[in-house]
Design a protein around this ligand. Structure first.
Ligand code: ADP
Ligand code: MG
Length: 274
């Protein structure tokens, strides 16, 4: 009301607050196991601004995958609340606002690279869902991830790195507002991983998509993230949210910069405390 009054009196329209892509409010997740219930995440409160590249680190079992899964409506909340662009995770999933890339590319082996990229569009059409197509065609998306000329290759004819590129192109075909990546490059050799790190940053800049990226590599978390969320285990909770003071435009060479080394050292300290 106060803001409206100011607008009436002066003609000044106050800027809208930055929109949260993901908003978590005392979010908890629990699982029933043979040994009784375990609390995978407890009281996670966090706002992730639209367009952010957030990387997530933490010891094994601290709930990194669970965090992505609850945001994408793959596991239910036990308490608190999560919203994705103001919607419930279920609404966001149904609206195809969210895409997921896992460590394993999970391509259909009998379909070519191009046919795998087209799959979410075909499924959306078959289910009569509203589809927000990327401005880029499936062929252009494959070219964007460096696979021009390999459109007709079957998954077994591609290297692990190439299969992950197909999975990324497939994730982008329905123009997700939120891209969730769970250790997507964890199984790749270091040189391929470096190259894909640079490419995912370029894709992020070109598409403006918000990215939540889980890794257990501190250098990868610092190189990619504008912010790094460090989770602690048992129960999974926020240890710290660390800003990375590197420019948006990043080159692998920056891993030798003072800011990079300082941030990585800070994260290593935090990880040891978890
Ligand atoms: P991270 O990805 O950080 O390694 P996870 O999110 O996979 O951790 O798991 C967090 C905790 O929740 C772990 O203790 C794990 O054993 C437990 N957990 C995860 N998924 C399930 C499930 N479907 N059923 C029971 N326990 C689970
Ligand atoms: Mg995990």
């Amino acid at each position: 009301m106060e803001a409206l009054k100011v607008a009436e009196d002066t003609g000044f329209i106050p800027p809208a607050p930055p929109r949260a892509a993901v908003s978590l409010d005392r979010l908890s997740v629990a699982f029933d196991t043979a040994n009784g219930p375990i609390v995978a995440l407890r009281d996670i409160t966090l706002d992730i601004e639209d367009g952010t590249f957030l990387t997530i680190l933490g010891p094994s079992g601290c709930g990194k995958s669970t965090l992505l899964r609850v945001v994408s409506d793959l596991v239910p909340m036990a308490g608190g609340n999560a919203t994705v662009f103001g919607k419930s995770p279920e609404q966001a999933r149904r609206g195809r606002d969210i895409a997921f890339v896992f460590q394993d590319a999970a391509l259909l082996p009998w379909r070519t690279a191009l046919e795998n990229v087209k799959l979410p569009l075909e499924m959306g059409i078959r289910r009569g869902q509203e589809i927000h197509r990327s401005e880029r065609s499936p062929e252009e998306l494959l070219a964007m991830v460096g696979l021009k000329g390999r459109e007709n290759a079957l998954p077994h004819e591609l290297s692990g790195g190439m299969r992950q590129r197909v999975a990324i192109a497939r994730a982008l075909v329905c123009k997700p507002k939120l891209l969730l990546m769970d250790e997507p490059f964890g199984a790749l050799d270091e040189i391929t991983r470096d190259r894909l790190n640079e490419e995912i940053l370029r894709i992020w800049q070109e598409t403006g998509t918000t990215i939540l990226f889980v890794t257990h590599s501190i250098p990868e978390a610092v190189f990619l993230g504008q912010k790094v969320l460090m989770l602690a285990a048992h129960p999974g909770r926020v240890k710290e949210l660390v800003d990375v003071g590197l420019p948006r435009d990043r080159k692998l060479k920056m891993r030798e910069s003072a800011e990079f080394v300082r941030t990585a050292a800070r994260l290593r300290e935090l990880l040891e405390e978890c």
